[in-house]
Design a protein around this ligand. Structure first.
Ligand code: SAH
Length: 232
């Protein structure tokens, strides 16, 4: 069954008004008629059966029974990703959504290719959000991945210092510590993983992270492409 997101604020009784974007998808792309059964996700973990009630610029739907509710509570996994070029970043957003990453925080660092440009950043962020939502629908993930706007690396490195969250920075020059050497990982309720852009992290960036309590970890002796490392 086709799935769409709705904003719980647009709900009045059992009726919800879908966004213009979701409405366009229903009306122009899929050409679904009034009376068609769909599933609606509230973005907070609840999935409803629903029926298309009226077609307009914003489609109205009538909510029925709850078919699934996932209210979270499991382990949270946050990934800090050095911004990658073009479609590689799209891939990371899509795959992280499928794999259940809770939050993705793209960051700008010294070896990112291309300059940080605020107007470009907003557009990219919107694009990644669209990709994340499309991926949620495809993989039947009821809660969207939280997707932050691009920030400088220092912001991510410093943000959780002292929080008790297990923070791992993946670094190809780390020769001693592998994931299996971190026993706390198995039971940690929250982990944050940091992965560099194509050019990797500079020594200074690794030192800054270590100074803020990050542990450096190896993914093995081969140097993986950035997107391969993240998915691994
Ligand atoms: N600086 C290197 C490779 C960067 S790979 C170069 O240009 O040759 C991009 C990112 O993938 C790295 O920043 C790191 O986070 C991750 N990565 C790749 N291979 C890894 C490995 N063997 N162990 C840990 N992290 C790795």
């Amino acid at each position: 069954m086709r799935r769409f997101f709705f904003d719980p604020k647009s709900r009045s009784g059992d009726t919800v008004l879908l966004s213009e974007e979701e409405s366009r998808h229903i009306v122009r792309v899929l050409r679904l008629p009034v009376g068609h059964e769909i599933e609606l996700l509230d973005g907070q973990g609840t999935v409803y059966r629903a029926v298309i009630a009226a077609i307009d610029r914003r489609v109205a739907a009538c909510l029925g029974a709850v078919v699934a509710a996932h209210l979270g509570g499991g382990r949270t996994v946050r990934v800090g990703q050095g911004i990658l070029k073009g479609e590689k970043m799209d891939t990371v957003v899509q795959k992280c959504t499928e794999l259940g990453v809770t939050r993705l925080s793209p960051f700008q660092s010294s070896r990112c290719q291309g300059k940080a440009d605020p107007s470009q950043n907003r557009k990219r962020h919107e694009r990644w959000q669209r990709i994340g939502l499309a991926s949620c629908k495809q993989c039947l993930r009821p809660q969207p991945m939280q997707l932050d706007g691009p920030v400088p690396l220092a912001g991510v490195v410093e943000e959780e210092a002292g929080s008790g969250i297990l923070r791992l920075l993946f670094w190809e020059e780390e020769k001693a510590v592998r994931l299996q050497d971190i026993p706390a990982l198995a039971a940690a309720p929250a982990v944050t993983l940091l992965l560099g852009p194509e050019g990797g992290f500079s020594r200074e960036e690794v030192d800054l992270a270590r100074a803020h309590g990050w542990r450096t970890v190896s993914l093995g002796e081969r140097i993986l492409r950035a997107e391969t490392a993240t998915l691994t």
